[in-house]
Design a protein around this ligand. Structure first.
Ligand SMILES: C[S@@+](CC[C@H](N)C(=O)[O-])C[C@H]1O[C@@H](n2cnc3c(N)ncnc32)[C@H](O)[C@@H]1O
Length: 419
């Protein structure tokens, strides 16, 4: 059951009185620093720490520092989150992809990522649901670390969405190789009162007055009144908040890239500029991830190579790529050129690429065409059926909606044959 979105912020405060008997309990430096939004070097310095653990008393002390900043659990719930010990449980680890090149699994990304072994993934490319923007075919509610139960993208506030995105990034960090990269595609949302629709084409139809439904007849609506500080019509700044928190949980923010779409949606507002860019946040597990800049000049255009006439000779933080055709029954696809470029830049042949929100499988398609292995998760059986069909076509060396020969997987020496 999809709920309407009303910007409600629960009123809570940190209660330390009940924690007396737990003050000496110990927690890992890795988890506590991610929850505190501080680097381990800072925490070690502040506490003159010699070990890799912190007591709850030390965590409470750090919660009083000016340097504290929320990441994926609100301040009032951090002791509870640590004491619940969810992350120290032994989880079953899967190696479902062994022997297979492309694996697509139905389920909740938050749970499935935790079932992956550590240090196996070379590259993550994904586009999560954006906040309060789309209805997907399946609506799966998850209980998040901040206590909210909702589907990703259907939080009551943008703050909730930022926390949940960062919780996913936190779990991804463990499964990434040290040389790995995460490419996180995201678009901002305005705090407005609006209907939530299934696709851009449905929104376009409504703009042209071809949607006869009244406000009350929509399956799901988003309201703007009641937020703790955002006014109606204000931009929420979600991508920059996710990027900042990714840094606070221990990623290197390598770049915030603007993806200028060749065909962007019209917007009917006169008081501001029209948006034509989405964001791709490039994160790394260390300062120098594997990175092959030459892929930009070597890849075919459909797989993310330079877009002549639109992009310069050197690769910059503005990418001009087409929007997806939307022909595959998914209302929020990205073009194969987007994951293609990310994969080409940050992996080698046979490396393992993960898309935890794989939808119609664009990331797996790009991985197959570039000779990489892939894992994709999605909650929707129908999207996964589309993804399987598209990956099968890609494995035979063709683009699902076009023509391309498979590359030899080596972007450095690859020569690409065109039909
Ligand atoms: C923006 S779309 C991704 C589209 C994809 N990049 C493509 O090109 O087809 C986000 C996807 O996340 C899926 N999704 C939403 N919540 C999820 C969850 N908790 N776990 C896994 N997938 C989820 C949706 O079904 C949707 O397909």
């Amino acid at each position: 059951m999809r709920q309407d979105i009303h910007p409600r912020t629960p009123v809570r405060r940190l209660r330390t009185e009940r924690l007396r008997s737990d003050l000496k309990r110990k927690f890992s430096l890795e988890l506590t620093t991610a929850l505190l939004g501080m680097s381990s070097a800072y925490v070690r310095r502040c506490l003159s720490l010699k070990t890799g653990t912190l007591t709850l008393a030390e965590v409470l002390e750090l919660l009083e520092h000016d340097a504290f900043s929320e990441t994926f659990v609100p301040r009032s719930l951090i002791p509870e989150y640590l004491l619940a010990g969810g992350e120290s449980l032994e989880r079953p680890r899967t190696r479902e992809w062994d022997g297979k090149s492309h694996v697509l699994v139905k389920g909740d990304a938050r749970i499935l990522i935790q079932a992956l072994p550590s240090d196996e993934i070379d590259c993550v490319v994904t586009s999560t649901p954006y906040w309060g923007t789309r209805l997907y075919s399946e609506h799966l509610e998850t209980k998040w670390g901040d206590g909210e139960t909702c589907a990703l993208g259907h939080e009551q506030t943008p703050e909730g969405f930022v926390r949940h995105s960062v919780e996913i990034l936190h779990h991804l960090k463990r499964v990434m190789k040290a040389s790995g990269s995460v490419w996180w595609n995201l678009m901002d949302t305005y705090n407005t009162r609006t209907q939530i629709r299934a696709s851009a084409s449905e929104t376009l139809r409504a703009m042209k007055g071809r949607d006869p439904r009244g406000w009350g007849e929509y399956e799901c609506r988003r309201y703007s009144a009641g937020h703790s500080y955002l006014s109606d019509g204000e931009q929420c700044l979600i991508p920059s908040r996710v990027a900042e928190r990714a840094s606070r949980i221990g990623y290197w923010v390598k770049s915030v890239i603007y993806w200028k779409k060749e065909g962007s949606m019209p917007e009917t507002v006169d008081s501001r500029v029209t948006r034509e860019a989405e964001v791709v946040i490039h994160l790394a597990a260390r300062r120098t991830p594997y990175f092959d800049k030459s892929a930009y000049g070597m890849l075919p255009r459909e797989l993310g190579g330079r877009n002549p006439g639109q992009e310069s000779e050197k690769i910059t933080d503005v990418w001009v790529l087409p929007t997806a055709s939307g022909m595959d029954g998914h209302g929020a696809q990205f073009p194969i050129a987007l994951p293609g470029r990310c994969i080409g830049l940050s992996t080698k042949a046979n490396d393992l690429v993960l898309d935890p929100f794989v939808g119609s499988g664009s990331t797996s398609v790009a991985a197959a065409l570039l000779g990489r292995k892939s894992i994709g998760f999605d909650v929707s059986a129908s999207y996964l059926a589309t993804a399987r069909r598209r990956v099968e076509i890609a494995e035979s060396g063709r683009l699902p909606n076009g023509r391309i020969e498979r590359t030899d997987g080596n972007t450095k020496q690859g020569s690409f044959d065109w039909e």
